[in-house]
Design a protein around this ligand. Structure first.
Ligand code: 5RP
Length: 234
């Protein structure tokens, strides 16, 4: 386990209060956070979580973190999730674990989103990490063509795309929602707001991995500490 990820997850515990309903992110850093939550629960702190993937739900069950279905909550106080890239405006690329649709639904429904990362995820510009776009299998080639045009129009440096394959190598990866992931090798996304807007207009795009204006806290873990950064509201 990376110490930097652990330190980020540990620092996020400062934001957790008794009685909270938490959005539980996906990925290795989010799973460390879930493990830490289970220790609080053992000590009597009342918490429950809304998972953002089947893998996260399984992890929460394993560690004894009570779960609630998204349709049964009236408030999600805080979501804590990882990210693949974070820019200085707190825009994110997410979806490296193919959970971006559920992650975004839960983050968007939360009062607050805190992101836990190690320093390697902090970038001046987004786009070196391939941008995941979750698409419906129906009419996939038509959708891919529109995505290409959106990347060109928003002046992304690279416009190559690849359909993500499953780990067994037997075909396309299928997300928890039954969709495919098209990874967009943008290299640099000069205007993430515009790219996000254009991708959102395409009917076959279920969701894209640009998280704009959702994160208000970024926690960057290092080997011996973690730095908590809060977005100053304008
Ligand atoms: C999953 C995600 C993850 O949060 C992201 O890929 C970071 O993962 P990790 O904490 O394992 O580095 O977006 O869809």
């Amino acid at each position: 386990m990376s110490q930097a990820k652990h330190n980020a997850a540990h620092a996020a515990m400062e934001l957790v209060e008794d009685g909270m309903t938490l959005g539980l992110g996906s990925g290795s850093t989010a799973e460390i956070f879930i493990e830490l939550l289970s220790k609080q629960i053992t000590q009597g702190v009342k918490l429950r979580g809304v998972p953002t993937s089947e893998a996260t739900a399984a992890c929460a069950r394993k560690h004894g973190v009570p779960l609630i279905e998204p349709d049964k909550v009236d408030q999600i106080h805080l979501t804590v999730d990882g990210a693949d890239e974070v820019d200085p405006q707190f825009n994110l690329i997410k979806g490296g674990g193919a959970c971006l649709l559920r992650e975004k639904i839960i983050a968007h429904a939360s009062d607050r989103m805190a992101v836990i990362v190690d320093a390697s995820k902090m970038k001046k510009d987004l786009g070196a990490f391939p941008l995941p776009v979750e698409i419906d299998p129906f009419g996939m080639a038509l959708t891919a063509e529109k995505i290409l045009l959106a990347l060109q129009e928003s002046k992304c440096a690279g416009t190559d795309t690849s359909l993500r394959q499953n780990k067994a190598g037997t075909g396309p990866l299928i997300t928890d929602g039954g969709h495919y992931i098209l990874d967009c090798h943008c290299e640099k996304i000069p205007d993430p707001v515009q790219t996000a807007h254009l991708l959102s207009q395409i009917p076959g795009v279920m969701e894209h991995g640009l998280f704009i204006g959702l994160a208000s806290v970024i926690i960057v873990g290092a080997d011996d500490h973690a730095k908590i950064m809060e977005l100053k509201s304008a």
